[in-house]
Design a protein around this ligand. Structure first.
Ligand code: 13P
Length: 256
């Protein structure tokens, strides 16, 4: 069985404040993060440097939720991957369904942002997932497969192998309606099979996170699945006690 170190990531989305970051990251820095699990926070970009500074050398890393694909230039209001690095971020999430939906991000644009992350030396997290209608129409695998392959086609197999994937069924995000462990495992196994076509040597060691209403009540069952290597937690990542509980479950239950 390949060894995949579990990763629990908190996507704060557009939530937080200076005082929230100070309290939350201070509590994380003081907490005993169990050995064997990696923890990542994705605060709003404006708070990235503060989060990095408050976390200090506790081992918890930070990243951004989105960037522009270009390295710099006349793109008013945008943020470049190089700036994320400059602010102390190590990770970059691309392709979140809220950006695909509200900002009309195509598979191709997501691939360009993924490439920007690699260019800046950031670890990319590629989010994939189908809508309820796509699932009901029997198209979930086709949609998710296309999202994965669009990125691999642009960046190539070797670069893709350094990525983390996150399966986030759109119908489970912010709805309280989690995929069952079996439903999630089935799609994670499908994603890993796609990865095996793209990067056969790397697919067994690539992490695939689950996201979509993960919380302290349901995380244990999800994380116990063989192809679920961690969580991308939204709402429940805003409560530090609950987030740390999920982190501990990751350390307890996800093993290679
Ligand atoms: P929720 O956990 O709030 O459903 O959000 C999931 C998510 O979108 C994480 O990126």
């Amino acid at each position: 069985m390949p060894s995949r170190r579990p990763l629990i990531a908190g996507n704060w989305k557009m939530n937080g404040s200076e005082s929230f970051v100070r309290a939350f990251c201070g509590a994380i820095a003081r907490a005993q993060i169990p050995a064997g699990v990696s923890v990542l926070l994705l605060p709003p970009a404006g708070y990235l440097a503060q989060a990095v500074q408050v976390l200090g050398d506790c081992g918890v890393e930070c990243g951004a939720q989105n960037v522009h694909a270009a390295p710099s230039g006349a793109y008013t209001g945008e943020l470049a991957a190089e700036m994320v690095k400059d602010l102390g971020g190590r990770w970059l999430m691309v392709g979140h369904s809220e950006r695909r939906e509200y900002c009309a991000e195509s598979d191709e644009l997501v691939a360009e942002k993924f490439q920007a992350a690699l260019r800046a030396g950031l670890h990319p997290i590629l989010c994939v997932g189908e809508t309820l209608a796509q699932r009901q129409d029997g198209n979930a695998e086709r949609v998710v497969g296309a999202q994965v392959h669009a990125v691999a086609d642009l960046v190539g197999a070797s670069a893709f192998a350094s990525a983390t994937l996150a399966y986030e069924p759109v119908w489970a995000i912010g709805t309280g309606q989690t995929a069952t462990p079996d439903e999630a495992q089935a799609m994670h196994a499908f994603v890993r099979a796609q990865l095996a076509q793209i990067a056969p040597d790397q697919a067994p060691v690539m992490r695939i996170l689950y996201g979509g209403s993960m919380n302290a009540d349901n995380a244990r069952g999800l994380l116990a699945q063989p192809d679920i290597d961690g969580g991308l937690v939204g709402g429940a990542s805003l409560e530090v006690a609950q987030f740390l509980e999920i982190v501990r479950m990751g350390a307890d239950l996800v093993s290679g």
